[in-house]
Every structure is written in C-alpha cells, then in structure tokens.
Design a binder for this molecule. Structure first.
Ligand code: NAP
Length: 251
C-alpha cells in the first residue's frame, strides 16, 4: 500500500480506457489508478492499470468501496446512458466527501439536412416508428427491446455485441453480431444488405460509433435518436485533456 492518492475511474467507454492509460503514464509517481468495469461484456482491450470488475452494490456499496480502498478522487467516465452508476457515484462521493468529476463525450451535432427525430426513450420511439419505418437498424443495446415487440409490421435488425438468450423467438427481430468500431463502408454495406429504411440509435456522441449516423445521412434515411438522460449535478468535462487538467489541479 502506497501513500500516493488513489483515483477510481468508472469506465466502460473508449474515453475512460484512454483516460486510465494516460493517467497511468502521466501521473505514475503521483496517482494510483483503479479502473472499474461493470463486467457485462468482455473487455475489448488490455489495461495497464489495476482493473476491478463487477457492480459495487449500489451507492452504499460504492461508498463502502471508496472508504475501504482509500479512494481520494473519482472520475465517472461511464457512458452517457449509464444513469444508475452515475447516480450511485454522485451519492457515494457526496456521502464520503470525495472529489468527483464526470467525463462525458459531447453529443453528435447532426448537420442541416439530416433527417432525424428525437425521442425521450424507446417507448416514445415505438410511437414514432410506425409512421414511416419498415426495416429498422437498432443500435440501442438489448434493454427495452420489449417496447418494439408489438410493432409486428416492422422488422428490426438489432446489432449487439453479445447476444442474450432473450427475444430469440421474436419473429420480427433479427440479431446481428458486431463489435465496434465499424467503418463507413461497413455501415453502408450493412444498411444495403438488409435494405434498412430507418436507424434507431442513442445520442451517444463520440467518434467510435459515428459512422452509422454518416451512413444513414448518405442513404437519406431517417434517424430516430434517443435523447440522453440528464447528467448528474457536479463538475463536468467533455474531453480527456480537461479531465487531466482537473486532476492536475487536485494534486
Ligand atoms: P447502469 O445502468 O448505469 O449500471 C447498472 C449497474 O451496473 C450499476 O448500478 C452498477 O452496479 C454496475 N456498473 C455500471 N458501470 C459500472 C462500472 N464502470 N464499474 C462497476 N460497476 C458498474 O449502466 P449500463 O447502461 O447497464 O452500462 C453498464 C456499463 O456499460 C457502464 O459501465 C457503461 O459505461 C458501459 N456502457 C454502457 C452503454 C449504454 O448504452 N448504456 C454503452 C456502452 C458502454 P452496482 O449498483 O451493483 O454497483
């Protein structure tokens, strides 16, 4: 056990992994870094930092972890749609008086001329889709697919990183395996192959999954974009550089 301060990075995104590696390199003498993953899918890269995997057991579990592991700083670099862990991080840091920063990639700024409709959630998307969609590429993950089940006049091509055993008997669902990032050519070919007429996706932002948006714009098909949940209150940055500056100011 060293005396240098400990940073916990809540991860699961490309930005979080890059941040962890950069902190490990740039602050090696001054910070001890622990990178945390939920463990839903296999990690897609190797890490140079210490990694812990699995939930903490809610906000109270995370607060206990912060105390027992002597965490002094926490960066929540989870996905903008991972709202439970962010709420837990907020509560746990508040109750343990731990400095917390949220790092969230900026949302996509769709160009003029792009056909897109925003929806608050999958339930709202399910109300919008029957007006124009017949063959929909879905890249929203596997939660809330129940909302689409009743739309039997629409076929859904659902891209997933790891197929679950749920929904396999649903006749209007076809699951497509895929591990991002995808090139623009790959996205165009996929949309061509399945004759996709609508893209249903989340306002995730970032560069690693933007090609599906560009491909949909090129094909002039509508994009139904699920809005982000509101962020937790507190300090917030949108770039790794700004997160490093925040750390620098605290050491
Ligand atoms: P979520 O609903 O906010 O989290 C569900 C539970 O998973 C949390 O309450 C927590 O369990 C555990 N958890 C989540 N992230 C964790 C982390 N980094 N370290 C340890 N435990 C974590 O999140 P989700 O939407 O299921 O996403 C799960 C993970 O996948 C997140 O880390 C996120 O960054 C990543 N991810 C999510 C999306 C997305 O679209 N939602 C996309 C790409 C990557 P306990 O309450 O037991 O602590």
């Amino acid at each position: 056990m060293t005396d240098i301060p400990r940073l916990l990075i809540l991860g699961g995104t490309g930005e979080a992994a890059t941040l962890a590696e950069t902190v490990h390199t740039q602050f090696s003498e001054r910070l001890d870094v622990i990178y945390s993953l939920a463990g839903r899918t296999k990690p897609i890269r190797d890490f140079v930092t210490a990694v812990r995997v699995g939930g903490f057991g809610g906000g109270i579990g995370l607060a206990d972890y912060i105390i027992s592991e002597k965490i002094k700083l926490l960066i929540d670099a989870t996905h903008p749609f991972a709202k439970n862990i962010s709420a837990n991080a907020h509560d746990a840091c508040f109750s343990t008086d731990t400095a917390r920063l949220t790092l969230t990639r900026p949302p996509w700024d769709l160009p003029p001329g792009a056909k897109f409709i925003e929806a608050d959630d999958m339930k709202c998307a399910a109300l919008i889709l029957p007006d124009f969609a017949k063959r929909v590429l879905v890249t929203t993950g596997q939660s809330n697919l129940n909302e689409l089940k009743k739309l039997t006049d629409i076929h859904f091509f659902i891209r997933v990183m790891e197929k679950s055993s749920e929904h396999t008997t649903q006749k209007n669902y076809t699951f497509i395996d895929g591990l991002p990032p995808f090139s623009l050519d790959e996205e165009l070919a996929l949309m061509e192959k399945y004759n996709i007429d609508t893209l249903l996706t989340k306002q995730s932002g970032g560069t690693s999954t933007i090609n599906k948006i560009i491909a949909a714009i090129r094909r002039r098909i509508p994009i139904v974009l699920i809005r982000r949940p509101p962020p937790e209150p507190g300090e917030h940055v949108e770039s790794i550089e700004d997160a490093l500056m925040w750390l620098e100011q605290r050491l």
